[in-house]
Write a protein that binds this ligand. Structure first.
Ligand code: ZN
Length: 172
């Protein structure tokens, strides 16, 4: 399939917004034909992966799987909030059997939270990092999660990723 956006790359300064939009829309039409011809598997993800938004972490590399059969929640400092806990439990109720919660070395959010000056500038993120462990434990204690763990229908792991090579070191 040819990449027909080429005529509208940054070397061509004279494409009008309408022309760019039309090309974008056409590209979407072409791309969506691929899924019509080769439908996605209907298999439900079995793993939900929680990672920091750090750009050095590539979730396809961490999971060692390019088929994208994973849920991925990415958030600053791996700090869950209420809606993320809800979403994870919803994913578990839809078939997820393993939740992998990750933190990582050299995390900018963690470093910021240890710096008194920076904490003043980024108070919400500092608070979220402070409460990260408690949120994780809160998630584990949710009735719908705790019962599945006790029945061995769900495994929740906390791993620390080595940011330099993405190796997972099991935390607990
Ligand atoms: Zn981070």
């Amino acid at each position: 399939m040819q990449d027909r956006l080429e005529a509208y790359d940054f070397k061509h300064a004279h494409a009008s917004p309408d022309e760019v939009w039309n090309e974008f829309h056409e590209q979407n039409r072409l791309a969506s034909l691929v899924r019509t011809t080769f439908p996605r598997s209907s298999r439900h993800p079995l793993v939900a992966l929680v990672t920091c938004m750090d750009a050095r972490l590539d979730t396809n590399e961490i999971a060692g799987d390019t088929r994208r059969y994973y849920y991925v929640l990415r958030m600053a400092g791996s700090a869950l909030d209420e809606k993320d806990e809800d979403m994870l439990e919803l994913a578990v109720n839809n078939g997820v059997e393993v939740v992998v919660f990750t933190t990582h070395t050299d995390c900018a959010a963690e470093k910021m939270a240890k710096n008194a000056e920076q904490r003043k500038q980024y108070p919400y993120l500092a608070k979220a990092v402070d409460e990260r462990q408690a949120r994780f434990e809160e998630f584990m204690k949710r009735p719908g999660i705790e019962s599945k763990i006790n029945e061995h229908k769900l495994l929740v792991k906390w791993v620390d990723l080595d940011t330099s090579n993405e190796r997972a070191i099991v935390h607990h």
